[in-house]
Design a binder for this molecule. Structure first.
Ligand code: IVH
Length: 672
């Protein structure tokens, strides 16, 4: 766009709004939709316009402020905020080596001597400030808006590599250590794999995953996220360092993780060597980096160079460009997952990127398609940057055909044609035909068989064939399959059939927590299933639990609790569980016979009639609460639990002997 004096004000205002939007998507939502490079271009354009038209500069311009990670709504509402003693600033940055020579010349002129620099890898995580007093860890605060940050002490305490105490011989005054909390590539892959299995939205990159994990409201959840940290700055009144290297080594001696990859460079040429080396070598690192930070080593020179309102003049960042490729978007498919979630997937003209051919890229949801303003036939940019699924990060609008159409997000399920629904709070559309949509049914069956679930030897093709043949539709069907059923299928021989049936038989010994995971309850992944199994011990106890009790289980919030309640309220699922039980699948923990309470101690109870659960299950509950089951009514019977269709003679006898009669509900109220 050509900017002149007439339209400069509008363009500046547009750029400020755009930058603020992207700052918020990056720092608050952890869901950036443009690349760092594109963001930096917007910022550069705004800086240039403000320099040319200073009459339009205002104090609130994003060129003068650091992007804020302060939680403004939703997820982070309940963090206390804390003020930084000295502001946590940002860094100027460049993608251009030439500009580093200019940076060096300007500083050498300003400071009047040749400068030594320390180069450090720029870790792509979330900035953190730690305060120690009397050698004890007292507080951890995020960068926030640079002046005030979120107090995430409880979460940071869960990061094993951060010392809770400094060694005895160390400085006992107040010390502030700043650094970066990050997630290694391995942990990121593990986390996203779990999310994928649970059909939850994936984190786009380890930075978002680290920042999101740091802002979780439950510290035990943060602990499960395997966060790491590197520290790069130390300050404290009375704590004097001559140079930056000394401060890094102090931090290392004090027990903080400090990266080994920093290097003291005697000249800017050595700095460039370091950049060239790490531009290649960084791909082998176990943690994410997005550039190199170049810092003046001598503390006195740092002081002399000083700061702008936003960043130190004695340091800058050289950023690596993420590897990108451009290709043409041919079409968009809409996949239906096992939970009914609809995911748009882009079909691309094959293109080579970081050593592999990319044909498809996830578009996540309708909102993402709108934000990218994608049209069919567009030339798009794809980026991998180590993430599992390549993503479309932008569009070359100049190459767009005049008649290009936007992809039409389906109104009905692409598989079963049911009208899709979208909750206000969710990013995705869902097919609500849970028990009738073939893709959801097959997806659930596949999940049921997976290694971490029931470990039944059936992959996508087997399930497809059995489903098509009409012999496999729900989980209990696996236990009904006979040798003949299977031998009738194309390609199945005696040996493979036996192996398959053996795996079905073996699945009956799979522990309850894995069975619970196999059921594919929305939002109940491996860890949640474990926690639920540990707390409730049996599917029966879980199925009648009230929301308040569910909310007391580790890492369970409203969404998961609602999902569990909905699952068990569905008569279809109740029937499935009954059948699984009849086939001998483990629906309780091995130690479920252990005593839960002594509310029925000294009581003998008679159970008669039909109940909403098997009678044996009810008898077990009586024992778990220290009661005694007896078969006939006598004067010493404490209670008769009367179910449906109970014979009249038992009722009569109980009345005659003055035995208290309870309905099923009254009984459960009593032991609650
Ligand atoms: S020094 C005044 N060193 O990059 C800011 N920052 O864009 C001094 N970062 O907020 C920061 N690795 O979160 C520094 N080795 C490193 C770094 C690093 C990552 C982050 C940090 C900072 C951001 C600036």
């Amino acid at each position: 766009m050509k900017v002149n004096k007439e339209n400069a004000k509008d363009r500046i205002s547009f750029l400020r709004k755009e930058i603020e939007l992207h700052n918020s998507l990056y720092y608050v939502d952890n869901k950036p939709i443009i690349t760092d490079f594109e963001f930096d271009l917007l910022m550069q354009e705004l800086q240039a316009l403000e320099a040319k038209y200073p009459e339009f500069i205002t104090d609130s311009s994003p060129t003068l402020k650091v992007g804020s990670d302060l939680s403004v709504s939703g997820i982070g509402k309940s963090f206390k905020q804390a003020r930084h003693k000295t502001p946590m600033l940002s860094l100027s940055n460049t993608y251009n080596k030439e500009e580093l020579y200019t940076f060096d010349e300007r500083l050498s002129r300003l400071l009047g001597k040749k400068i030594e620099y320390v180069c450090e890898l720029k870790i792509d995580g979330s900035a953190i400030s730690l305060i120690y007093n009397n050698r004890n860890f007292v507080r951890a605060v995020t960068r926030g808006d640079g002046n005030v940050g979120d107090d995430v002490t409880a979460n940071v305490k869960c990061i094993g590599s951060i010392p809770s105490k400094l060694p005895e011989s160390f400085f006992s005054g107040e010390v502030e250590i700043r650094g970066e909390i990050f997630m290694s590539w391995d942990s990121f892959d593990r986390l996203n794999k779990k999310k994928e299995e649970n059909e939850e939205p994936l984190f786009a990159n380890p930075r978002n995953a680290a920042a999101g994990s740091l802002k979780l409201l439950d510290p035990s959840l943060t602990a499960s996220r395997e966060l790491s940290a590197f520290f790069y700055s130390v300050s404290g009144q009375g704590l004097v360092f001559e140079n930056h290297v000394q401060s890094l080594e102090w931090a290392r001696q004090a027990g903080f993780p400090v990266s080994n990859h920093y290097r003291l460079c005697k000249s800017i040429d050595e700095v460039i060597e370091y950049l060239d080396y790490w531009d290649i070598e960084r791909k082998k690192l176990k943690f994410p980096t997005d550039g190199v930070v170049i810092k003046v080593n001598e503390v006195l020179l740092q002081k002399n160079a000083g700061y702008t309102s936003k960043s130190p003049r004695w340091a800058t960042a050289y950023k690596f460009k993420a590897e990108q490729a451009s290709t043409v978007l041919k079409s968009v498919d809409y996949q239906v997952g096992r939970t009914g979630a609809i995911t748009p997937v882009a079909n691309l003209d094959p293109v080579l990127l970081s050593g592999s051919t990319i044909r498809r890229a996830s578009l996540h949801n309708e909102e993402q398609i709108k934000l990218l303003d994608i049209h069919l036939g567009d030339t798009v940019y794809v980026e991998k940057g180590g993430e599992i699924i390549p993503k479309i990060v932008g569009v070359d609008v100049s190459k767009r055909d005049q008649n290009a159409q936007k992809p039409l997000f389906p109104v009905n399920c692409p598989d079963c044609n049911t009208l899709l629904v979208k909750e206000e709070s969710e990013a995705k559309h869902y097919c609500p035909n849970i028990n009738g949509c073939p893709m959801q049914i097959k997806g659930r069956l596949l999940h049921f068989c997976s290694r971490k679930a029931m470990n039944i030897l059936a992959g996508e093709a087997t399930i497809e064939v059995m489903y098509k043949k009409g012999i496999l539709n729900t989980f209990p069907d696996f236990f009904r399959l006979t040798k003949n059923d299977i031998l009738e299928l194309d390609g199945w021989k005696e040996k493979s059939t036996e192996r398959f049936l053996k795996s079905v038989e073996a699945s009956k010994s799979v522990p309850f927590e894995r069975v619970l995971y196999s059921l594919g309850i929305r939002h109940v992944g491996e860890t949640t299933a474990k926690n639920l199994a540990f707390h409730f011990k049996s599917i029966y106890a879980l199925s009648i639990s009230k929301k308040e009790e569910l909310l007391q289980v580790a890492d369970i919030g409203e969404t998961v609790a609602d999902s569990v309640m909905n699952f068990f309220a569905d008569p279809f699922n109740q029937e499935i569980i009954k059948l699984l039980n009849s086939y001998g699948v483990k629906l309780e923990s091995n130690n479920s016979n252990s005593i839960l309470s002594n509310k029925l101690e000294g009581c003998s109870l008679v159970v008669s009639g039909l109940f909403s659960i098997p009678r044996e299950e009810l008898k077990k509950v009586i024992e778990q609460h220290s009661g005694k089951n007896v078969t006939s009514i006598s004067g010493s019977t404490s209670y008769l639990i009367a179910g449906d269709n109970m014979g009249p003679s038992k009722l009569e006898k109980a009345n005659k002997l003055g035995v208290k009669i309870l309905t099923e509900n009254e009984f459960f109220e009593m032991i609650k």
